[in-house]
Design a protein around this ligand. Structure first.
Ligand code: PMP
Length: 431
């Protein structure tokens, strides 16, 4: 592997100034210098199709978002203790996309902060601290929410781990649970364990589309049984829509709507302001009021006028360009193309997804379903060399993760799958 001189220099400086273990994607990390819509350019002027990034939700350097940021930044930017229309207009428009019960919000700068607040809201409402999550998820990096990442258990974190219990992440391919009742039973068992341990049960936190877990194929309404179990036990349901929200699944604005439930608390982030750092927590007014009584929350940057202008422009773009319908149409086409590839290649064990989150699970053998994790890695690196950016995820890191910006078109999908077909044909299953 010979890296371009500039990339090698940047890697050396990253390790010198940012410390060890700062991850990069790919065997040969890419140095992007420009983005536009679904396209990225590297330092050598090479163009890539972005099939991975959900943060530039309405397209890289979206002109409407850029204009909104520039306009507001050149007018006024302050913290949130002065009166300003921007945050109110935004929260009013945002909560109008949700169930009427979710009528208030706090704006943050990251998804991690939003989840941290959500857990503390649950503690405030229930007087308990026991949290349940899946064992293959990620909800962020604060001392509290980092305890939820079983794949990377922190050795530092103030000893909060006894408040967290885990259930096996759903897996529609290897261990189907078609109506969600087994997942609900597993959560009920962990609620009982929390009660027995004396922590009590405060909340279940899940991504309603289980994106980090590998987006198992679940029918609409799948979360209903578990929501019932949670409520019966007096706990709250927290839906982390950091990845699944803002129309990503192509059928609804929020994935919990697809899964047939209304959460008590919902958290948001990543795509919310197209790369400008904005996150949020939406909830019922009594939950927010209880939280604010127990904790006088203030966030210097969360909900500042520039962030709100950027976030508002994203909502307007989704609406005016009907990007949720686009996600559905292009996602349906993508799955058809993936299904055709599955007929051609035995190592594609399963095809999954909804809207503009889709992918395929790679296996060494369709009967044993043994994960082809190392093969998946080689495919992703080969795709990068052919100008297509995507990644992998799931417990075995053998599921192609394709999650492009929302303006992704049928033509873009065809370029992706024509290239993938060529790469799959040339990449040996065993190296
Ligand atoms: N929740 C989910 C589901 C996520 O995927 C992530 C980030 N990958 C987070 C929360 C954390 O968000 P942030 O990086 O903005 O803190």
């Amino acid at each position: 592997m010979t890296l371009p001189a500039k990339s090698a220099e940047l890697i050396e400086r990253r390790s010198r100034f940012l410390g060890p273990n700062v991850s990069t994607f790919y065997d040969e990390p890419v140095h992007f210098v420009k983005g536009e819509d679904v396209w990225l350019w590297d330092a050598d002027g090479r163009k890539y199709l972005d099939c991975y990034n959900n943060v530039p939700h309405v397209g890289h350097c979206n002109p409407r978002v850029v204009e909104a940021i520039c306009r507001q930044a050149s007018t006024l930017n302050t913290h949130t203790r002065y009166l300003h229309d921007g945050i109110l207009d935004y929260v009013e428009k945002l909560t109008a996309t949700m169930d009427a019960s979710l009528d208030t919000a706090i704006l943050t700068c990251t998804g991690s902060e939003a989840n941290d607040i959500a857990l503390r809201m649950a503690e405030g409402m229930t007087g308990k601290r026991g949290i349940i999550a899946t064992d293959a998820t990620y909800h962020g990096n604060t001392a509290l929410v980092s305890q939820l990442s079983q794949s990377n258990v922190p050795t530092v974190g103030f000893g909060l781990d006894h408040y967290f219990r885990f259930v096996k992440a759903p897996d529609s391919y290897r261990n189907p649970d078609p109506d969600g009742t087994r997942f609900a039973e597993a959560v009920a068992e962990q609620i009982a364990e929390h009660e027995k341990a004396g922590t009590g049960f405060a909340a279940l936190i899940v991504c309603p589309y289980f994106l980090n877990e590998g987006f198992p194929d679940h029918p609409d309404g799948w979360l209903k049984p578990v929501a019932e179990v949670v409520r019966k036990a007096g706990g709250l349901l927290i839906c982390d829509e950091v990845q699944s929200g803002f129309g990503r699944t192509g059928t609804h604005m929020w994935a919990h709507q697809k899964m047939g439930v209304v959460p008590d608390i919902m958290t948001m982030g990543k795509p919310m302001a197209n790369g400008h750092p904005v996150g949020g927590v939406a909830t019922r007014s009594e939950i927010l009021a209880t939280f604010r009584k127990g904790y006088r929350y203030f966030n210097t940057f969360g909900g500042n006028p520039v962030s709100c202008a950027a976030a508002m422009a994203v909502l307007q773009e989704i609406e005016d360009r009907d990007l949720v319908t686009n996600a559905r149409t292009v996602g349906t086409h993508a799955r058809t193309r993936l299904n055709k590839l599955q007929q051609k290649y035995d190592f594609i064990g399963d095809v999954r997804g909804s809207g503009l989150i889709f992918g395929a699970e790679m296996v060494l053998d369709r009967t044993s379903k043994e994960p082809a994790s190392e093969f998946t890695d080689r495919v992703i690196n080969a795709m990068r060399h052919r100008g297509i950016i995507h990644s992998k995820l799931g417990r075995h890191k053998n599921t192609l993760k394709i999650r492009p910006p929302m303006p992704f078109s049928v033509e873009n999908a065809d370029l992706l799958f024509d290239t993938l077909d060529g790469v799959l044909a040339e990449t040996p299953l065993i190296s």
